[in-house]
Design a protein around this ligand. Structure first.
Ligand SMILES: CCCCCCCC/C=C\CCCCCCCCCCCCCCCC(=O)SCCNC(=O)CCNC(=O)[C@H](O)C(C)(C)COP(=O)(O)OP(=O)(O)OC[C@H]1O[C@@H](n2cnc3c(N)ncnc32)[C@H](O)[C@@H]1OP(=O)(O)O
Ligand code: FAD
Length: 680
């Protein structure tokens, strides 16, 4: 079988029967080989087939079924996720999945917020990143074998964003060579860390280090919370679950208080900062190096924005292909709702964005590995760029993905509101990504500060060379340039698209910088002047991050072209890239019109080209979501099932509703019968 004729993943949990005829027809009419695009997304045929084996193993395993979650209480959902953790461990042993990549693939296929997410995602990475060689030798084997389960306890009841405001104290006691951990106030209570409430035996705690009354800043400490024999909290530790949340029911986000808990000196993670036995403190080589795990997690979150949005779009596009409403003229067959322009305008830009974010994920992964390589060689020079870029991209991608899931849900009409569509839980479990690992707005300030600084430097020193993605800040002449895309065709030129995004970003940076100066000239100091431009700083960070996403999409297509990717695949990716570029200009048109970069001379062809792109994508829409290759298990949606048997699946799944266990409603005898049978 040739690579392109091989089918993507088979159906697993839909109602069996002949597939929906419209989906079959659309799949047969795709303009490109779907399988080849799948290989491109997942890094080749071998890797795709490996992922499929794992995905199919999970999808056919009853322990991992997801559809029961709709009908379980919070406590039951937590217990079920623990059952999945145990089974995950069993499968690792059974199938020899000992590499980190295999385990990551398995967790991804299980597709649930397991209470070991923080263990693998932040606890272990913090030991690796912040622990000395001896500390790693001591804790990593235990952690990797799940002999201890850990989390990352930083946020407190009183402070999350402002890390320097944390109140938990670690006071060094020279006489015993111990740290004494204490929560001096109610607001010092650790609050939110995932898996802290009930699951974790250990955690990395971020606390302010005090040595002989001297404040040495916030540092990470390894602390055991619970007995390894009976899981009871240790002396001096108060720990529990923070209670009901918007969603995220499988996760025991927790609280934690310390009452003068003593830990040995070598439980401070001392790769970068050290406390010697006599209390001598050695400062780290970079003041923010202890924040490195957060940078790692932000990069990881950027990488997952694409797949999350892709799931929502897959559900909505397949459903919109199956769903029919209204004939155009009486006597004609009803239209698939995907044929309506408004439906395409809602969904196709999101489809394009899911592909755009895929390439953003590749970019940030590469940037992160370069950064780690530098750090290992004690070179921290890339840290500011890495921090600023990841902070901005984390914000933009999670905001767009969150809003996009809701758009997909709404575009499925009434059935989108059913939990059985999978979209409400996808949304509710995803949106905290805009808050955790750094509130998006606060993260935007970090990127904007970085851009303003570089802009200031470039202004002060003409000829200064800035790194690739920010090099446009050197070119203030760009501000005088105007758009020349006066025809539909010209809007398809990537150079013109990028010019528009660069121009908008530079203009917003320049305006912010000018306003900062103006505020200071009015008599404000720099701190207050920054406060006066904060909303604009968010716009700056978004504008720059849009530019980075588009630039990477354009570059990725160029690289694919150079490496001989087939024309049909290049054509469809270019169409998606064009739609991404033009849609987000249309969405923020005010920015581009405000300073005369665009005029109605350009906006008319822009709108017309967007309409054309929607038409161009329409015949390939189903194939483009199929290329993401999600199993039905991964989608967890009656509307998104691969065989399109949407109504059969909805009907069957609804039968599991506990209210349907009896024909007569619970409460009938107490509450309905009395008034139904009351005498008139
Ligand atoms: C990684 C690549 C791709 C993945 C690879 C694949 C391999 C995967 C393998 C395993 C993966 C395992 C994944 C497992 C799956 C896990 C699923 C789990 C799902 C997620 C669960 C949720 C997790 C959530 C956890 C949390 O939320 S933890 C808490 C997070 N908290 C925050 O983010 C707090 C936000 N606040 C801050 O970061 C900072 O306080 C601040 C806002 C940045 C300000 O800091 P501060 O006040 O101290 O500094 P300032 O005075 O403002 O600034 C001084 C200068 O320092 C600069 N600065 C600040 N921060 C940093 C930094 N981090 N790095 C560098 N520089 C920094 C700042 O810019 C200032 O610079 P200046 O030049 O202007 O002076
Ligand atoms: C589901 C979930 C899981 C989490 N998991 C963990 C975990 O495992 N470990 C952990 O340590 N933490 C965890 N957290 C905590 C999370 O990291 C913090 O909630 C997050 O960093 C935001 O901080 P905050 O809650 O203090 O928000 P705040 O900073 O109080 O933000 C509230 C509002 O104030 C605004 N604001 C704040 N500062 C400024 C400013 N300087 N200027 C202008 N506006 C400002 C923000 O934009 C926001 O709109 C989790 C949170 C959630 C929701």
């Amino acid at each position: 079988m040739s690579s392109s004729s091989k089918p993507n993943l088979p159906v697993t949990n839909a109602v069996n029967g002949p597939p929906n005829a419209d989906l079959v027809r659309e799949r047969g009419a795709a303009s490109f080989p779907v399988r080849d695009l799948t290989y491109l997304v997942y890094g080749g045929q071998e890797r795709t087939e490996h992922l499929e084996r794992i995905a199919n193993m999970v999808a056919s395993d009853p322990v991992f079924r997801k559809t029961d979650r709709f009908f379980l209480s919070r406590t039951e959902q937590y217990r079920r996720s623990l059952e999945k953790v145990r089974h995950y461990k069993e499968l690792i042993a059974k199938h020899n999945l000992h590499s980190e990549l295999d385990q990551q693939d398995l967790r991804q296929a299980i597709d649930e917020d397991l209470p070991i997410g923080l263990h693998v995602g932040m606890f272990i990475p913090t030991i690796v990143g912040q622990g000395t060689d001896e500390q790693q030798k001591k804790w990593l084997p235990l952690a990797r074998a799940y002999k201890i389960i850990g989390t990352y306890a930083q946020t407190e009841l009183g402070h999350g964003s402002f890390i320097r405001g944390l109140e938990t104290v670690a006071t060094y006691d020279k006489s015993t060579q111990e740290f004494v951990l204490n929560s001096p106030t109610l607001t010092a209570t650790k609050w939110w860390p995932g898996a802290l409430g009930k699951t974790s035996t250990h955690c990395v705690v971020f606390a302010r280090l005090v040595i002989s009354d001297r404040e040495c800043g916030v540092h990470p400490f390894m602390v055991q919370l619970r007995s390894l024999e009976n899981h009871e909290p240790l002396k001096g530790i108060t720990v529990g679950d923070i209670g009901p949340k918007f969603a995220y029911e499988t996760m025991d986000n927790g609280f934690l208080r310390f009452d003068h808990v003593r830990i040995p000196r070598d439980h401070m993670l001392m790769r970068f900062a050290q406390v010697a036995a006599d209390g001598t403190y050695s400062t780290p080589p970079h003041s923010k190096v202890s924040y490195a795990t957060m940078v790692f997690m932000r990069a990881y979150i950027i990488g997952t924005a694409s797949s999350t949005l892709a799931k929502a779009v897959t559900i909505a596009v397949r459903y919109s292909c199956v769903r029919k409403q209204f004939p155009l003229r009486s006597g004609e067959p009803e239209q698939q709702i995907l044929n309506y322009q408004n439906q395409q305008a809602a969904l196709f830009p999101l489809l394009a964005t899911a592909y755009a974010f895929h390439f953003t994920g590749n970019y940030i992964r590469q940037m992160y590995s370069d950064f780690v390589r530098g750090m290992r060689a004690q070179d921290f020079s890339v840290l500011p760029e890495m921090h600023a870029t990841s902070a901005g991209l984390k914000s933009l991608t999670t905001w767009i993905a969150s809003a996009g899931i809701e758009t997909c849900r709404a575009s499925c009409g009434g059935h989108g509101y059913s939990k059985l569509s999978g979209l409400p839980s996808l949304y509710a479990n995803y949106i905290p990504a805009c808050t955790y690992e750094g509130d998006n707005t606060v993260m935007c300030f970090q990127l904007a500060r970085y851009l303003l600084k570089l802009y200031g430097k470039a202004q002060a020193k003409p000829g200064l060379r800035l790194p690739g993605n920010v090099s446009y800040l050197e070119k203030s002449t760009l501000l005088d340039e105007r758009c020349d895309a006066s025809t539909e065709e010209l809007w398809l030129d990537p150079a013109r698209q990028l010019h528009a995004y660069r121009n908008r970003a530079l203009r917003l940076v320049a305006n912010c910088a000018n306003r900062l100066v103006a505020e200071m000239q009015k008599g404000k100091d720099e701190v207050l002047a920054v406060e006066a431009i904060k909303s604009d700083m968010v716009k700056v960070a978004k504008a720059h991050s849009y530019y980075v996403v588009l630039n990477n999409f354009v570059n990725a297509i160029e690289q694919l072209r150079a490496s001989g990717t087939s024309t049909p695949i290049l054509r469809v990716l270019k169409t998606l890239c064009d739609l991404f570029a033009l849609h987000f200009i249309q969405a923020d048109l005010g920015d581009f019109l405000e300073y005369g970069y665009l005029s109605s001379l350009h906006t008319e062809p822009l709108h017309a080209q967007i309409r054309r792109l929607l038409e161009a994508i329409r015949p390939d829409a189903v194939a483009l979501v199929d290329a993401f290759n999600f199993t039905d298990h991964a989608l967890g949606s009656a509307l998104g099932v691969h065989n399109g048997r949407v109504y059969e699946t909805l009907f069957e799944w609804a039968q599991q509703e506990p209210l349907n266990k009896t024909q007569v409603a619970p409460g009938y005898h107490e509450y309905i019968k009395p008034f139904l049978l009351a005498k008139m």
